[in-house]
Write a protein that binds this ligand. Sequence first.
Ligand code: PEP
Ligand code: MG
Length: 589
Amino acid sequence: MKTSLLDPKEVVFSGLGVSTGVAIGPAYVVETGATQVPEYTIAADAVDAECQRFTDAAAKARRQIKKLKTKALLLPEAAAEEVGFLLEAHMAMVSGSRLTRGVERRIREDLVNAESATQTEINSIAHSFQDMADAYLAARIADVREVGSRLIRNLTEHEYQAFSMLPQGVIIIAEELSPAETALLDPGIVAGFASVQGGAEGHTAIMARSLGIPAVLGVHGLLAGAHNGDQVIVDGEHGKIILNPDEMTLADYRARQGTLQQEREKLKGLRRLPSITLDGTPVALFANIELPREITTALEAGASGIGLFRTEFMFMNRDALPDEEEQYEALRTVVEGMGGRPVTVRTLDLGSDKLAEALDNRFNESDNPALGLRAVRLSQREPKLLETQLAAMLRASAHGPVRILLPLITTVSEVRWVREMMGSVVKKLKRRNVKIADPLPPLGVMIEVPGAALTADALAACSDFLAIGTNDLTQYTLAIDRGDDQVAHLYDPLHPAVLRLIQFTAQAALRARIPVSVCGEIAGDPRFTALLLGLGVHEFSMNPNKLPLVKRRIRTLDLRSASRRAQTIMDQSDSTRIGELLDEFNAAD
Ligand code: PEP
Ligand code: MG
């Protein structure tokens, strides 16, 4: 890391504070568009292992190019031929060429890592191409560079440990981090992060909150101002990034870190207290998790169970899909770990901003990925994926209470289709003499599309519980991309349309006598607690770090007055006025 040479001045940037807390540390700037090429020397006895890493990366590149060649056959004839030639050349470059031999020689002679050897070899080949008189041949350098990038990508991504080589306490500054990349951040290494792009309700933000890493997204101009090694403060609560803070600012934020730590300690005292309103109404508080290891935080927070397990994160950052056995083992760990508390496992919700390399070839480019092949729609296109997941979930249900939840449902026929498939998976498991729960796990539906909310009564009639996903429900009702910072100011779960859909859904569940929860981000925001309760929701599922805050709020509320106030709010048509009223009501308790 190099430090900027000029006398650094404090600069403050504003963005969306998406994960609270304060982090202070040195910046690590991820260069836009460039693959990070780690450079380090290796010991003489590590040479063989390093060469093997390169051999593996080249083998992976051959598999990737072969796949691309198969895809190219589907192109119109002339294009297929042209692309075919190109890929043939790429294949030759990763199969015992000057490039591969050169990289291995550099690893052996210069004692450097494979990524750095590849980069140097590519630059050297590029140099020799520069002087070629033949314009066509000179232009082939682009192909060499492309192959080099593929090899480096394979080398750096192979173990899916993005940023793992960074020093402890670093602050990552990037153009954008995907949800999959964020899931790889180790809170023991990365103290905080900031990016130019990203909205407050996208899955990158949700993942940052789950990991408890302070983060600010949508920070314009950030990359132009930041250098590696600059001292950075991430103020996740107020959405501020401070580069090169002066002594006074630093002292303020260090004090703030201390206060936040004290508050966290104080909230721990709530863990054993019941989640119950002043008038004695119990309110179930569940945890949202993305990875099995998060159950520790859920239990520490005193969660009544898992209200949403986003299983798609188990499919990310790997080359191959997890098979039934692996999924079953992961689910069993969660179910057993939760010690008899219910675990709500959602079937795959990949697509849109959540992507998995192992499934990349099943998606075509889409102009509107949030409206495209995603969640249950992907399951219908690839039934084997769902069948495997259901089998793992049913097997896990033998170890404790499991509830199965379906994402992005829009029609009753989708629910019936899954139920039928579940029936046939049950038969198959029974034939295999595999133990499953009796009665079978309840099958629930996420209400996150306006069309689903408006037909909540019909969906309630064919499902065992409803879970309102307000993140997507807000996105689709207001036509605001939840992950786009440019329209983040318009993303408003207090819009009367969203509130009416929540209320309609809650009432439909009540009439059908089935449980209903809210598991979108507002469930973890104490500002919304009284309103949701007043709208008839008595189950909340949230990031476990938020659970004590919501419990504290519940213990100050009276159900009847929450319902009266919710009604006053529902009589309003303007979301600004709704926000004001809500804050007035909250301040009065
Ligand atoms: C939601 O949409 O509110 C939800 C909980 O699902 P996700 O955030 O995973 O899309
Ligand atoms: Mg959703």
